[in-house]
Design a protein around this ligand. Structure first.
Ligand code: BES
Ligand code: ZN
Ligand code: ZN
Length: 486
């Protein structure tokens, strides 16, 4: 998609559709001049258009414009307008218009700021995304925008670049999450990581099974042993142009390329969705793709433990006891609670590599979906100040996050008579006991755990997004790194 700034007026822009925003409860006239002002007033009076988020009204051959269509896009209440609302409104407009084969679009904002331009470019890229990379239908290219132009001064070009870098990174994540598990094996995920790293100048290392055995990653390897697909621990390092920093941010992402549940097998119904159990890992890789280009002022190390959780004669059994990299023994009471088993070895390794701050993203529990539905990411921490930093990044990026409790009392839910700890708690508070399990391996480093089981996959398409992978987490990670306090 061609994306660029244009220095012209709304009237003179030559385009398939000129998009302007309008708000709920707007006072005064719309900022557009001429006949358009009257038309917008008319559709509002007639209540054909109210300005609600994701609404769209299209005028054909608008008088006084070079554009073939004028599209008024609802952006919600004027007093709640922010870059997140703009991103959503643009994405919805893009989806509505490309659905009518209007593929060369231009956005006119009344007084564009840098943050708005970035959000608009992201919105265009995210709205254009379709999870159809494996469809062979030639018509699918018809479903893509050709160009997205924004009216604005050339001085805002860096904001366009930032939007493109982040939007493309998030779509890169979505493509990986959408790849089925027969194609996206742990080694294939590692190959994506390697390819991306060499393209963007990052250092990428992949630890194989032998190396992990040597190191003693018994917890991760126990999960991997049931699969014919070998595991991989992907490690990517970024340092700012000025050299490594004292703070080192560790981003850890769950990379279970398929989760059958293992011997504690999942029901057949809906199991196909478990290809998205590597969405945390993919979000970390997408974030690194953007970080490599935006060059934030903090060192960042990405760690993605990639395994397939299978059944079979080699698969681990309930009751097995494994020894993790940090030496703690774990009784595997449920082989379907595998995410935490691979994450703890990656977390220990991150600490060994010198990470001073840790954030992990994982499709960790069904319980977080019960608690928060598909709207909020569940956030857990051992350090309130660090969580505040992560939450403020999430807020700025329109990724909704809700803090969950992690009081020490929950530790009582994790007791094993035979090992240092079991990999599951009892029936209650499943997302919290999962987080508590991870916390036991954080060695008091500031750490935030993001449970994205409810937010990484969109079950029903929305006006602003296709069904399928959401790419959640990427923007928060990138924002966290680029706004790192120095
Ligand atoms: N990958 C699943 C969690 C999940 C569930 C992700 C639904 C996305 C949608 C995870 O490995 C898992 O199976 N967790 C179990 C834990 C239980 C055995 C304690 C769960 O949530 O049921
Ligand atoms: Zn599982
Ligand atoms: Zn899982």
């Amino acid at each position: 998609m061609e994306i660029k700034l244009l220095q012209t007026t709304a009237e003179k822009a030559e385009t398939d559709a000129l998009i302007v925003l309008d708000f709920e409860k707007r006072e005064g006239d719309h900022w557009l001049d001429g006949a358009a002002k009257g038309w917008i007033a008319e559709i509002r009076t007639a209540k054909e258009f109210t300005g609600k988020s994701c609404e769209i009204s299209i005028m054909h051959r608008p008088a006084g414009f070079k554009a073939k269509r004028l599209a008024v896009a609802g952006a919600g209440p004027a007093d709640k307008f922010n870059p997140a609302e703009l991103r959503k409104a643009v994405a919805a407009a893009v989806r509505a218009l490309k659905g009518k084969s209007l593929k060369r679009l231009t956005l006119a904002l009344s007084e564009p700021t840098a943050d708005q331009i970035t959000a608009a470019v992201e919105g265009a890229l995210l709205g254009d995304y379709e999870p159809d990379q494996l469809k062979t239908d030639a018509a699918k290219t018809d479903k893509r925008l050709e160009s997205f132009h924004i009216l604005g001064p050339a001085s805002l070009q860096p904001a366009v670049d930032r939007g493109r870098i982040i939007g493309e990174a998030q779509n890169f994540t979505r493509d990986m999450v959408n790849e089925p598990a027969n194609i996206l094996t742990p080694l294939a995920l590692a190959a994506h990581a390697r390819q991306m790293s060499s393209e963007f100048g990052l250092d990428c290392e992949v630890l194989d099974r032998d190396r992990m055995t040597q190191l003693g990653m018994g917890s991760l390897l126990g999960v991997a042993q049931g699969s014919a697909e070998p595991p991989a621990l992907i490690v990517i390092r970024y340092n700012p142009p000025s050299g490594p920093t004292k703070d080192k941010l560790g981003l850890v992402g769950k990379g279970v390329t398929f989760d059958t549940g293992g011997n504690s097998i999942k029901p057949a119904d809906g199991m196909e969705k478990m290809k998205y159990d590597m969405a945390g890992g993919a979000a970390v890789l997408g974030a690194m793709r953007a970080i490599a280009q935006l060059k934030p002022p903090v060192s960042v190390t990405a760690l993605v433990p990639a395994v397939e959780n299978m059944v079979g004669s080699r698969a681990q059994r309930p009751g097995d006891i494994v020894t993790s990299l940090n030496g703690k023994t774990i009784e595997v009471l449920n082989t379907d609670a595998e995410g935490r088993l691979i994450l703890v070895d990656a977390i220990t390794y991150a600490i060994r590599l010198g990470c001073t701050h840790l954030v992990d993203a994982a499709t960790l529990t069904g319980a977080i979906v019960v608690a928060l539905g598909h709207i909020h990411i569940g956030a857990f921490t051992n350090n309130e100040a660090f969580l505040a930093q992560v939450m403020s990044s999430a807020k700025a990026e329109g990724e909704r996050m809700w803090q969950m409790p992690l009081d020490d009392d929950y530790k009582d839910y994790l007791k094993s008579p035979f090992a240092d700890l079991p990999n599951i708690g009892g029936r209650w508070g499943g997302a919290i006991t999962a987080a508590m399990f991870l916390k036991e391996f954080t060695e008091d480093k500031p750490w935030v755990h993001l449970d994205i089981a409810g937010t990484a996959w969109v079950d029903d398409a929305k006006p602003f997004t296709a069904k399928g992978p959401s790419g959640v987490g990427v923007r928060t990670f990138v924002n966290l790194a680029t706004n790192w306090p120095t």
